[in-house]
Design a protein. Structure first.
Length: 347
């Protein structure tokens, strides 16, 4: 069943919530899905052509005084004397829009001058942007709603609350509240979130909003360097591994890694977390980690990760290319690690 996110207005004292939309439908969407006025915004266009010989490219975009945003794409078919296989080819194009002031924008996609998909883009004044939301089914077939948020402010935030409202035929049927997996989110850093869905809710329309958060007034000490590597195991599960370096002069305890998993179209498809081994990292030392996705995924995936300990926040995140040690040896030892991690994430 097609799932459409419905936007609803919340009024919680003087706090302005942020909302995100999600749809399985191809066409036009934005990243972040619900940005703040501090975010750089990217339009993501998904379209299909009849042959791989078609030339598809962005022409231009424009914004008028009435907040109407037009994005123009050109598709040029091959010349009649060129032989080309009839094969459906998918294209994903990205157009940088830049920063926009708070408000609602009405976006229209044009293909060779003809109107195609259209959507609304809502830009808030909040400190928290919703980057993306999505769903996946785990190994047991249970549905889960996942997403990722970003702290767009210049100060740390904590206790970021996520409200999820479910609808049937436009009527509210259930509300849930969860918190991001990261306790404290540093400026420009992110955190995933995850909500298990009952069979009743798995196909319902939904809206997702940031309902609350607190500004961290106490100084937060940085000191962790996160190095992230990724690969697929032989069963098709994504592995996010690497290590955390404790650059402080004291121990880092309960060192946690949180990652959002994205497909090649920049849709979030999983949210995972785990701990280093050992989870206490001595001053100046490193500790490794391996975290597995909850379900089999495509070969093409990217990660957005963050780390924290009880005492320290992240200083730097580095992403390196696929690490062959895991990709080549996903056998008995890794299968055991996978089982442990998947069980841990079900708790």
């Amino acid at each position: 069943m097609r799932i459409i996110a419905i936007l609803v207005a919340l009024a919680i004292s003087c706090f302005t919530p942020a909302f995100a939309q999600w749809s399985e439908e191809e066409g036009l969407r934005f990243y972040p899905a619900f940005p703040t006025e501090k975010n750089e915004i990217t339009a993501i266009i998904s379209l299909t052509a009849g042959t791989p010989c078609d030339k598809v490219g962005l022409q231009d975009y424009g914004l008028d005084d009435n907040n109407n945003l037009s994005i123009n794409v050109q598709l040029i078919p091959p010349q009649s004397d060129i032989l080309c296989a009839q094969m459906v080819t998918h294209y994903v194009l990205e157009q940088n829009i830049g920063k926009l002031g708070a408000g609602t924008y009405f976006a229209q996609l044009y293909l060779n001058g003809a109107p195609q998909a259209k959507t609304a883009l809502h830009v808030s004044t909040s400190d928290i942007a919703i980057l993306s939301t999505g769903k996946y089914a785990d190994d047991q077939g249970d549905a889960n709603l996942v997403g990722e948020v970003q702290n767009a402010a210049i100060h740390p935030v904590k206790l970021v609350g996520i409200g999820v409202s479910f609808f049937k035929d436009g009527l509210l049927v259930k509300e849930e509240k969860i918190y991001t997996t990261m306790a404290v989110i540093m400026p420009n850093r992110t955190s995933g979130f995850s909500l298990g869905l009952s069979n009743y809710l798995r196909d319902k329309e939904y809206s997702v909003g940031v309902t609350s958060f607190s500004v961290e007034d106490e100084p937060v000490e940085k000191g962790l360097t996160l190095v992230v590597e990724s690969a697929l195991d032989r069963d098709g599960y994504g592995i996010v591994g690497g290590y955390v370096l404790n650059g402080a002069d004291h121990n880092a305890t309960q060192t946690k890694i949180v990652c959002a998993i994205y497909d090649s179209k920049r849709n979030v498809i999983d949210s995972i977390f785990g701990y280093t081994y050992p989870d206490t990292i001595l001053a100046g030392q490193t500790a490794r980690f391996n975290i597995f996705t909850h379900s089999k995924i495509s070969q093409e995936f990217t990660t957005s990760c963050n780390t924290e300990s009880v005492e320290l926040a992240v200083q730097e995140v580095q992403v390196v290319s696929e690490f062959p040690a895991i990709a080549a040896t996903a056998a008995v030892s890794l299968a055991a690690v996978a089982a442990v991690n998947r069980f841990r994430h079900k708790l």
